[in-house]
Design a protein around this ligand. Structure first.
Ligand SMILES: Cc1ncc(C[n+]2csc(CCOP(=O)(O)OP(=O)(O)O)c2C)c(N)n1
Ligand SMILES: [Mg+2]
Length: 267
């Protein structure tokens, strides 16, 4: 098996553009071979990192929880490629891939997993509790859905400061029914906050298959007039153009147009 391409620690490299490939310009949905290769390398780094973390966990060298991101690599690499260095990122406890995609040092993440003082939280946080102000990565949250109001708060800060940055807020399909998720989304809609909510639908709530009858994962309430430009389905090839469109529209503080077809479908 190929050795993971561990990149040298370089905190000056911005999140989402750490790869050598030139980031695409706004409105340009084409993807070059170099970009595809760099996305593939980023996904492979996450996969190899997680395989190794799984091994170390099995050997008892990682204490506490260790939630792997195997199979979901394309979600975070795709979305990170649509944002800029100062944009904020926040996610759930399944966070190793997000940290690597944000440009955090794999050695720092692995050190944290194995409880070393050289880890991102000095070895005291473990898998679910790592942060990097330099990479604008705000965790790593073990309470299901807790990162959604916090991510919405990060978006409030961006709006308040007028810095034109966005907050990417990732959460799982098993969190989508939480009350705090809807409360946060309601405030985001009312205040037109620059937040992009990404539901990572792996069809599981941790280890339990989520019942299909749960219904749609996105807001169902007509009063919650959030823009909902697209929803990805498991196995669908991530479309960077659409991802970029969402990030850019959110950044420019112009809510996306409602999708009347989708609204009709919900009735
Ligand atoms: C508030 C709260 N309730 C319950 C739990 C227990 N719990 C841990 S993971 C999980 C399921 C989360 O599923 P999802 O958001 O889809 O994440 P996935 O594991 O699929 O990535 C639950 C209910 C928790 N951590 N926090
Ligand atoms: Mg899930």
């Amino acid at each position: 098996m190929a050795k993971p391409a561990v990149k040298p620690k370089d905190e000056s490299v911005p999140a989402g553009s750490k790869s050598p490939a030139k980031p695409p310009s706004p409105g340009d949905n084409s993807v070059s071979i170099d970009q595809l290769k760099s996305y593939y390398r980023d996904m492979l780094l996450i996969r190899r990192f997680e395989e190794r973390a799984g091994q170390l966990y099995g050997m008892g060298l990682i204490g506490g929880f260790c939630h792997l991101y195997i199979g979901q690599e394309a979600v975070v690499v795709g979305m990170q490629s649509t944002i800029e260095a100062k944009d904020s990122i926040i996610t759930s406890y399944r966070d190793h891939g997000h940290m690597l995609a944000a440009g955090m040092d794999p050695k720092g993440v692995m050190s944290e997993l194995t409880g070393r003082s050289t880890g991102y939280s000095k070895g005291k946080g473990g898998s679910m509790h790592m942060f990097s102000r330099e990479k604008n990565f705000y965790g790593g949250h073990g309470i299901v859905g807790a990162q959604v109001p916090i991510g919405t708060g990060l978006a409030f800060v961006h709006k308040y400061n007028g810095d034109k940055n966005v907050a990417l807020t990732y959460f799982g399909d098993g969190s989508a029914n939480q009350g705090q998720v809807y409360e946060a989304m309601n405030m985001a809609a009312l205040w037109k906050l620059p937040v992009v909510y990404i539901i990572e639908n792996n069809r599981y709530g941790m280890g339990r298959l989520r019942p299909q009858r749960q219904g749609p994962l996105y807001p169902r309430d007509a009063d919650l007039s959030l823009p909902r430009p697209f929803d990805e389905r498991p196995g669908e090839v991530p479309d960077q153009g659409r991802g970029r469109q969402v990030s850019q529209r959110t950044r420019s503080d112009r809510p996306c147009a409602q999708d009347p077809a989708r609204r009709e479908e919900d009735r």
